[in-house]
Design a protein around this ligand. Sequence first.
Ligand code: PMV
Length: 315
Amino acid sequence: MTRDLHSHASACGKVILLGEHAVVYGYPAIAAGLPNGLSLSATRHADPAKPIHLKIPAWELDLHLDAITHHPVARACCEVLRFCGGPLQGWTITGQTSLPARAGLGSSAALTVAMARLVLGEDAEVDTVMEASLIGERIFHETPSGIDSLVAARGGILRFVRSQEPTPLTPALSIPLMIVPSLLPRSTATQVAKVRRKIERFPNPGQAILSALGAVVDEGMTAIQTGNLADLGEMMSISHELLSALGVSSPRLDQLFHCALEHGALGAKLTGAGGGGCLIALLPPSEASESSEPVMKTAFCQLNLQPFVVNLAHP
Ligand code: PMV
């Protein structure tokens, strides 16, 4: 017996503040939920035998969840629905989001978490929702660490280590971030494979970089908990340089990194898998950032980009 869908479900987007890539190798990372990541609503289709119709206009997605499809989004959604005991026919699912897709802001995890919650309900156990989400995430990213699914399901700011209970972090000050989509497409699986090849080829320097990324997370955690935004900014910039040494930055991301620092950011880095996706820049605290935020925004707009600002605080 398949279960019916709930009428609404939602999930957060995410931003990795520190520790991406190293987290795949068991080092810690810190990520934060972006509220209002994705909201799905489900209505019954007139024909109960028709495959589910999924429409997310902001991501230019309009497809049928046909179990034999090769489309990765349709396959991932089918697998999540099947795992949760949900239907594969007779519904239309519509998504609303302001997250850009495939930009390192957790769009695929938001989709798989919200899809699981459409079947299991908004109050379903986080562990079960995560398990379902990871089934879909493996179709997108092959060997996901799980950080995206966790943050999409829980929100807040979390310290994450693979296979361990996450630690929620309470920032002493809210963290003002400018998020700058580079508009460059990238694939998480390709970037993760690139890092793996580099570490296999050069194990000693490779492991040293991963270990340094982990140490930066420890320092960054203290900075978040004590409200030391200057130190957090330094850790973000060090993290960008280390990720660059692993080969996952790009000339465009490096240009955006320098643009942020030249226009008043306390620190900046690529976020997520890199290669493209987004840069994040830490703004000075609110009283000071009133002056630096518009200056930085103008600088990015002149590069034909559309940055946006989020203030991360514990929910
Ligand atoms: O898919 P993205 O761009 O959000 O990157 C995920 C973060 C990685 O550490 C690169 C991979 C992972 O599974 O943790």
